[in-house]
Ligand binder design. Structure first.
Ligand code: ASP
Length: 240
C-alpha cells in the first residue's frame, strides 16, 4: 500500500488480517526502498572489497519529507558503527528522533547545510529529490534549492574517491533549475542509480515470496540483466 498520509499504512495494517507491505506513507517511511538500497550498498561494497564497518554515508537533499532516507537511516543504524553525514537545506533537515536514534546506536552523525563544506572519504552519496508535493503553500512560495546541493562530477572529483557510490531513489529531477543529482554523471561508473533500480525487482520479489511463504519454492536465481538500445529514444527523437 502506498498512501500520501503519514501513518496511513500502519493504520490499515492494524485493521486487516492480510500481510501489508508499506510502499510509502507520505513523508513517513519507504521500507522496501531501504531494503533495495541496502542490498545495493552491500552488493557494490562486495564488488569494491569494502565493508560496512566505518563506512562514510552522506545523505543530501530533502531529508525532512524524503521518506526513503528515513527508512534507510534506520536500517543502516542496525549495522556496524558508521559515519553518517546529513546535508540538508534549512527547514528540510532529517527529523530529530531519527538523528537521536542513530546516535544512540553508536554511529557518528553530523549535520551540515551545504555540500560546499569540506568532505572527505565519502563511500556513498545518497541524494534525494525535493518533495515539493509535501510542502505547505507558504514553504513553496519562492523555494528553490541552491546549486550548493547539486551532486555533480566536480563535487565527486573534488571531494570523493574513485570508488564512491552515487545513489538516488528516483525519480531524479533533471531540470537544471532543480539542482538535483546532475546529469553530467550519466555514464560515470560511480553513478549506481540504474543498478540500484534494477535491484528493486529481486528485492521486492523476495519480500513477496517471504510474506507469501513460498521462498523455499524459488528455483531460479538472479542472472545479469541484458540491456538493449531501443530503436526510439523518446520525445527528442525526430522520428517521433
Ligand atoms: N520514489 C521515492 C518515493 O516513493 C522517492 C521520491 O519520490 O522522491 O518516495
Amino acid at each position: 500500500m502506498r498512501h500520501p498520509e503519514l501513518g496511513s499504512v500502519a493504520e490499515f495494517a492494524a485493521a486487516t488480517h492480510v500481510p501489508v507491505i508499506n510502499g510509502g506513507d507520505g513523508p513517513g517511511e519507504h521500507p522496501s526502498q531501504a531494503l533495495l538500497d541496502f542490498y545495493t550498498i552491500d552488493k557494490e561494497f562486495t564488488r569494491l572489497g569494502k565493508g560496512l564497518a566505518g563506512a562514510h554515508v552522506l545523505m543530501t537533499g530533502d531529508l525532512k519529507y524524503g521518506r526513503t532516507v528515513h527508512s534507510l537511516i534506520k536500517l543502516l543504524s542496525l549495522y556496524a558503527p558508521m559515519r553518517i553525514t546529513l546535508v540538508a537545506p534549512p527547514g528540510l533537515e532529517m527529523p530529530g528522533h531519527l538523528v537521536d536514534l542513530v546516535a544512540s546506536r553508536g554511529h557518528r552523525i553530523e549535520q551540515r547545510d551545504s555540500l560546499a563544506q569540506g568532505y572527505a572519504d565519502v563511500d556513498v552519496v545518497y541524494t534525494t529529490r525535493i518533495q515539493k508535493e509535501r510542502f505547505t503553500a507558504e514553504m513553496s512560495e519562492g523555494f528553490s534549492l541552491s546549486r550548493d546541493f547539486t551532486v555533480d562530477r566536480a563535487f565527486l572529483d573534488a571531494r570523493c574517491g574513485r570508488d564512491t557510490l552515487v545513489m538516488h531513489p528516483l525519480p531524479r529531477d533533471s531540470r537544471p533549475e532543480a539542482n538535483d543529482l546532475d546529469v553530467d554523471l550519466n555514464g560515470d561508473p560511480r553513478l549506481a542509480i540504474f543498478r540500484q533500480t534494477d535491484n528493486g525487482i529481486p528485492v521486492r520479489m523476495a519480500i513477496f515470496a517471504t510474506l507469501l511463504e513460498v521462498d523455499d519454492l524459488i528455483e531460479q536465481e538472479l542472472r545479469p540483466v541484458r540491456w538493449f538500445v531501443p530503436p526510439r529514444v523518446g520525445v527528442d527523437d525526430p522520428a517521433l
